[in-house]
Design a protein around this ligand. Structure first.
Ligand code: HEM
Length: 160
């Protein structure tokens, strides 16, 4: 991934902070997605299971399929944290994951609201431990993940 290797200090800050969050990852993922729908309510219609549209973020956040998506997102973050020293090994998987998101109508730009929501969730969970260096390390890691996912977007298609 191109955005520069994370320093060993950044890696340590990320690992330490993720340890406090990953024990109850669904709960934290719900905080993340609740914030996401506050920031970008227009993302709600992208989540439909068996062609059924949710009428409110609350309804979406209580559906088993959506909770599964939250678990999937948290697992991808967990994989990134596990492979901090060798993020390029996730490159192909993430590009493919990006491709799947393009297919369901997600735009690359929407991932920045997900990033803000991730930082929000970390801030809420870590409190004073969420110092600027921790925030910056997470911003860089998330940026690397999104950059890898965005390689999966087919830029020749409309709506990317
Ligand atoms: C704008 C935000 C996002 C939207 C609207 C979105 C939407 C979706 C939808 C509709 C699916 C297919 C149905 C499902 O599996 O639930 C999906 C699958 C998935 N999403 Fe997302 N997603 C978003 C962000 C993310 C992020 C940030 C990650 C991880 C970093 C992620 C990880 C996954 C994974 C692992 C799958 C399963 C892919 C597979 O079946 O192989 N999603 N997403």
């Amino acid at each position: 991934m191109e955005s520069g290797r994370l320093s060993s200090t950044e890696q340590a800050l990320i690992r330490e902070s993720w340890q406090k969050v990953s024990g109850s990852s669904l709960e934290h993922g719900i905080v993340l997605f609740t914030r996401l729908f506050d920031l970008e309510p227009d993302l709600l219609p992208l989540f439909k299971y068996n062609c059924k549209q949710f009428s409110s973020p609350q309804e979406c956040l209580s559906s088993p399929e959506f909770l599964d998506h939250i678990r999937k997102v948290m697992l991808v973050i967990d994989a990134a944290v596990t492979h901090l020293e060798n993020l390029p090994c996730l490159e192909e998987y993430l590009a493919n994951l990006g491709k799947k998101h393009q297919a369901v109508g997600v735009k690359v730009e929407s991932f920045s609201a997900v990033g803000e929501s991730l930082l929000y969730m970390l801030e809420k969970s870590l409190g004073p431990a969420f110092i600027p260096d921790v925030r910056e390390a997470w911003r860089r890691l998330y940026g690397a993940v999104v950059q890898a996912m965005s390689r999966g977007w087919d830029t020749h298609k409309e709506g990317n």
